[in-house]
Design a binder for this molecule. Structure first.
Ligand SMILES: C=C(O[C@@H]1C=C(C(=O)O)C=C[C@H]1O)C(=O)O
Length: 126
């Protein structure tokens, strides 16, 4: 059943090699940039952004990486720890970007190793 939509949400995930601040900052900014680009979004179309990080990434809050890259000055962010499930993929940053209008098509972005979470959303160019 298709429900009427007044918002859209776009998923994404990216893996980080090592738990060091620079890598978390870079990965967070890279993932957000690709989500915006592949969905042809301007930042002012984003209502809010949910982020999770796996518990093995402790050295930096990904929100810091977004702000250092010039993103999310006004966008409300909420950063959480991902569920811990046996066998889960390690060192992952996940995002849910919520846009305040319906979109005809959304493009999920799973990159830098996170493609294995959702192989159907892998982009050969990333
Ligand atoms: C498979 C993923 O990892 C987990 C599983 C999800 C799912 O089954 O939809 C969503 C988020 C994560 O809790 C993912 O990030 O897509």
């Amino acid at each position: 059943m298709e429900l009427p939509s007044t918002i859209s949400a776009i998923r994404g995930a990216i893996c980080v090699q090592d738990d060091v601040p620079e890598q978390i900052e870079t990965a967070a900014a890279t993932l957000y940039r690709e989500i915006l680009a592949l969905n042809a979004l301007q930042e002012n179309e984003v209502a809010f952004l949910l982020i999770t990080q796996t518990s093995d990434l402790k050295s930096r809050n990904p929100a810091t990486g977004l702000r250092k890259a010039g993103y999310c000055a006004l966008t409300p962010l909420f950063c959480m720890q991902e569920l811990e499930i046996e066998g889960m993929l390690e060192k992952v940053i996940r995002m849910m970007v919520v846009v305040h209008h319906p979109m005809e098509k959304t493009v999920p972005v799973f990159m830098h190793g996170a493609e294995m979470l959702r192989p159907e959303f892998a982009h050969p160019s990333l």
